[in-house]
Design a protein around this ligand. Structure first.
Ligand code: CMC
Length: 356
């Protein structure tokens, strides 16, 4: 029996495949590198949803634009509540408020996730929400709504690359969660909210904020080795490293590193991150020999999103904004199967006293 489901195949999917030994991520027949930075997010959503969502391929940019506007209509009355919540809690509140009756179109979930991420980040800082502009790309509009400032072409492209990079990734914890909920026929929006709840933990989608905290705490690069060594001696995990599936470098890390490299490198942040990465890999190999702990997606997510001027507490909401398209697709795929996911547990507790 496998505790924790390692190596158990719990679903068949046409959506994505993670090859942890080759360091390869395939999304609907394309290598990640063929899509990220080359095909706009909206078109990748249409590719991902082909055969699952009836109108997924019809002008996907307009579809998501309209979905953002519709979502904003639902969310605007909730804005005053956001100042008491962290951004990821605020996003959970907003997405949970969408009525199932309006879930005919999965686009609503994806449009809503961009709006919710932006509103929740602003709301947590006590700032008023910015209404969507349906004429913009999903990435440009999400960034504009979050920062309330014009978005340059290279910035929009960088966020677009990010959203595509995280769109789907096999049966990770949040996607599995979304599929379990969908398997009960609970619906797409409930599956998405459940996915977000699983994603928010630091072992899954909550890591990129702490990556920046780590870079800040290290201080000058000369401190890196001693700092990282001390952290590991205390039994801490180095954020942005290690992965359940990848035993080589996470391919998403390189895509994001390249995208970050195309942005203005204020304060030599990228060069610093590269130096910390190299040191961390050395320390990990020394402290955990043979475990093959490599850089994961979160390390360069932190660098890229920081360079876009996004506060670190907004990183997980943006991860969720990209991943929502994957959760939706998995929810539909699972719902169509019509079979509830219901594994067993092994009872190791006490038994009632036997009658004499
Ligand atoms: N720093 C230090 N030690 C580590 C790390 C790390 N980042 N990751 C794993 N280890 C250790 C772990 O403690 C274990 O040690 P031992 O064998 O002595 O008990 C050994 O390496 C093997 O761990 P594993 O079984 O390969 O790790 P796992 O599959 O249980 O955990 C992980 C995977 C991602 C939760 C873990 O690597 C981690 O906590 N990383 C830091 C947090 C992080 O970056 N999360 C983002 C993950 S990528 C986003 C996503 O796709 O969800």
């Amino acid at each position: 029996m496998t505790i924790g489901l390692d190596d158990v195949v719990a679903a068949e999917t046409v959506l994505s495949h993670v090859d942890g030994e080759a360091g390869r991520l395939i999304i609907r027949g394309y290598d990640l590198e063929e899509l990220a930075g080359r095909v706009p997010f909206e078109d990748v959503v249409a590719i991902l949803w082909e055969g699952l969502v009836p109108h997924g391929a019809a002008d996907p940019r307009a579809l998501l634009g309209r979905a953002r506007e519709r979502a904003y209509g639902y969310f605007a009355p909730l804005a005053p509540q956001l100042s008491a919540l962290t951004p990821v809690e605020g996003m959970r509140l907003l997405l949970a408020s969408l009525p199932d009756a309006d879930e005919d179109h999965p686009a609503l979930a994806v449009g809503a996730a961009g709006v919710a991420a932006a509103m929740a980040v602003r709301g947590a800082r006590g700032l008023a929400p910015v209404a969507p502009d349906a004429s913009l790309s999903h990435a440009a509009d999400t960034l504009r709504m979050m920062r309330d400032a014009p978005v340059g072409e290279s910035e929009a492209k960088a966020l677009d690359t990010y959203l595509v990079t995280v769109i789907d990734h096999g049966l990770n914890a949040s996607t599995f969660t979304a599929r379990v909920v969908a398997s009960t026929q609970a619906g797409i929006l409930s599956s998405v909210v459940a996915g977000l709840c699983a994603l928010k933990g630091p072992l899954h989608g909550g890591a990129p904020g702490p990556v920046l905290d780590m870079l800040d705490a290290i201080g000058p690069i000369g401190n890196a080795e001693a700092w990282l060594d001390d952290a590991m001696a205390r039994g801490e995990r180095l954020m942005g490293f290690g992965h359940r599936i990848y035993r080589v470098r996470d391919p998403r890390a390189d895509v994001l590193k390249a995208a970050a490299g195309r942005l203005r490198d204020k304060d030599n942040r990228i060069a610093f991150a590269e130096a910390v990465e190299a040191t961390a890999l050395k320390v990990l190999e020394r402290r955990k020999p043979g475990r093959r702990l490599e850089t994961n997606v979160e390390f360069y997510t932190a660098i890229l999103l920081d360079a876009l001027g996004i506060p670190r507490e907004g990183f997980t909401p943006l991860f969720a904004a990209g991943r929502t398209a994957g959760w939706v697709a998995h929810a539909i795929e699972q719902t169509r199967l019509g079979r509830i996911i219901r594994p067993k547990s092994r009872y190791v507790g006490a038994w009632p006293a036997q009658a004499a």
